[in-house]
Design a protein around this ligand. Structure first.
Ligand code: F6R
Length: 598
């Protein structure tokens, strides 16, 4: 939920840290701070507020030194205020810590440390780490030992960067259930929660695994196992993402840029998976119990995946939110189960936990992941990457459509394995980038529509079959960034209750491509119209024109691929509504990009 960064090298640390925090701000944006070390002294500036405001107010760049740590916060323990902002110091002011995660036994540790005379200045769980290290440093007299001893006492999740005033040539880092990556530069090292934080300086990265800690200096690093204290061999990965991919490139917001990047991202997802999918499909075909899991938008992709695999692969599929899966499926899993976990970040706590449970039960786990080297990819037996590039906007857009592309490719292969005719769908796959481009060309029309809908308080999105998840996803986008109440419903469900809510002028967005359920969708739309609903329909059949107040005509595609092209106008609608309402769609309130706590 937070972003952390560390730097050691020849440059001015504060500049690197501020720049890195700006790139990590999507992970949390209620407070921020940095600490540097110079001539044996620690300097800290921190406060509540957005980074740009704090840069002006606190003049971060005045902090001296070539080594430092930084943090952007999304509050979990303690309200967002100046005291609770990171970095946190020990009593001596010589040990400083930034942390992403939650220390579950912090109260027990805090009570113990208070009894020993430590004075706390914040309500955070993180501050106990600084005092615990101080205590252990007193006992051991050795920085690394004190750090490791402290790690052994922590329960919960953490990515940590620790700096000692009396050891100013090294940073100490550790990870458990929260991401941490070392960017390996030339005579300099970067440590961060995510790659874009250091992409301007290096594309060489080392991913820390759970249960590892490290000691990092300008030219080298050593990674060890927290429990055994033994060194571990780590591979240096070459990152394919470019800095340009992690910048706005002339767009007003990352979200808009990412929506418009979809044709390219989809192309990468198609061609990046050509070889891999058949191998994975082969593996899947050996199972008869398939469960797909994920959270939020990735859960919606899982639902589309269910329809795809059932339709083309003729295999029954269960879909469960990872947060539910963890508690309900444990006893049902065994070595005959196959679990597909979908996660953009590869770090979502619930999804990762579900994957671990599945593995522990002997199930085979396949990940569909965007972030290379993330935790999910290291748990999964096999991983298919979405190749969408970095997604900075909190709302998932291009990572959703690329997840759908991967699931479509997989289902096509499954269909082929059992002799189903998938030729029409397969032939359409290479055309998807162009087809999505047609949806993007509606941008002006959708902006105009958003203006007309700006005063509406409730939205209903309806879809059937494989486009029921499109309704859910369309509604989620509008809730999370425009802060407007929206419900995604299966159109069949409308008459069983929700129709009572449709009255004069209530927007009803009908997702109605040609296919199995078109006629039924048409009659559901008519029902809503008859109750006074303001009908916005998306489809390719002209019959929709007469029943709609606004008809967004999209190119005809095989119904199985419609979730990819039909979600795009709905992403744009949510984006424009958010902007019209004066919200920043990249950083919706109360939300962070990676939900690394449960
Ligand atoms: C919504 C959104 C979230 C994520 C969810 C899972 O736009 O982005 O609902 O989809 O938090 O995240 P990942 O896919 O990283 O596991």
């Amino acid at each position: 939920m937070c972003g952390i960064i560390g730097y050691i090298g020849p440059r001015k640390a504060s500049t690197i840290l501020i720049e890195g925090l700006r790139r990590l701000e999507y992970r949390g944006y209620d407070s921020a701070g940095i600490a540097t070390c110079h001539e044996g002294k620690i300097f800290v500036k921190k406060g509540a507020g957005k980074i740009d405001e704090l840069v002006k107010k606190l003049n971060f760049s005045s902090l001296p030194g070539n080594i430092g740590i930084g943090h952007t916060r999304w509050a979990t323990h303690g309200v967002p205020n100046d005291e609770n902002a990171h970095p946190h110091l020990d009593c001596t002011g010589k040990i400083v810590v930034v942390h992403n995660g939650i220390i579950e036994n912090f109260q027990e540790l805090k009570d113990e440390l208070i009894r020993k005379g430590h004075v706390f200045r914040s309500d955070t769980d993180t501050e106990v780490i600084a005092h615990l290290i101080e205590e252990n440093l007193r006992i051991t007299g050795n920085f690394e030992d004190a750090f490791r001893m402290s790690l052994l006492r922590l329960r919960g999740s953490y990515a940590l960067v620790v700096m000692f005033a009396d050891d100013p040539e090294r940073l100490y880092i550790a990870r458990k259930d929260s991401p941490l990556i070392i960017g390996v530069g030339n005579g300099e090292m970067f440590m961060a929660s995510d790659i874009p934080a250091f992409l301007a300086y290096t594309r060489k990265a080392v991913f820390l695994d759970d249960g590892e800690y490290g000691v990092v200096s300008r030219d080298s690093f050593i990674i060890k196992d927290i429990v055994s204290g033994l060194p571990k061999q780590k591979e240096i990965h070459k990152i394919e993402w470019t800095l340009e991919m992690a910048e706005k490139g002339g767009y007003k917001h990352f979200m808009l840029k990412e929506i418009f990047e979809q044709p390219k991202a989809i192309k990468e997802a198609i061609y990046g998976n050509m070889k891999e999918v058949s191998k994975v499909a082969e593996a899947i075909s050996k199972y008869d119990k398939i469960i797909i899991t994920g959270m939020g938008t990735s859960y919606h992709a899982a639902l589309v995946g269910k329809y795809l695999i059932q339709r083309l692969g003729k295999m029954p599929v269960i879909v469960e939110e990872a947060s539910e899966f963890r508690y309900e499926y444990e006893d049902l899993l065994d070595k005959n189960s196959l679990v597909i976990a979908i996660t953009q970040s590869g770090e979502t706590a619930d999804t990762v936990a579900a994957m671990k449970i599945a593995k522990a039960r002997g199930a085979t786990v396949i990940g569909i992941v965007n972030v290379v080297g993330s935790l999910a990819t290291r748990i999964a037996d096999m991983t298919l990457y979405t190749h969408a590039g970095p997604e900075i906007g909190v709302a998932a857009t291009k990572t959703y459509t690329t997840q759908l592309v991967v699931l479509s490719l997989l289902s096509i292969e499954l269909g082929k394995l059992i002799g189903i005719d998938v030729s029409e769908i397969e032939d359409t796959i290479p055309k998807l980038p162009e087809l999505v481009d047609v949806s993007l060309k509606m941008n002006d029309k959708i902006e105009e529509l958003a203006r007309e809908l700006n005063d509406k308080r409730d939205f209903f999105y309806i879809g059937r079959g494989i486009n029921f998840p499109t309704a859910l996803e369309g509604a989620l986008k509008i809730k999370e960034i425009a802060y407007v109440h929206a419900e995604g419903l299966s159109a069949g469900e409308l008459k069983h209750g929700p129709l009572a809510l449709i009255e004069e002028g209530v927007p009803v967005v009908g997702i109605a491509p040609s296919g199995k359920t078109f006629e039924k969708m048409l009659s559901n739309i008519e029902e809503a119209k008859a109750r006074g609903g303001l009908i916005i329909s998306l489809g390719d059949d002209i019959k929709l024109h007469s029943v709609s107040d606004v008809f967004l005509r999209l190119p005809r595609v095989p119904e199985e691929l419609a979730p990819i092209t039909y979600i795009v106008p709905l992403q744009l609608l949510a984006y424009h509504l958010a902007v019209l309402k004066g919200h920043n769609p990249d950083r919706p309130r109360n939300l962070a990009k990676s939900v690394t706590v449960e």
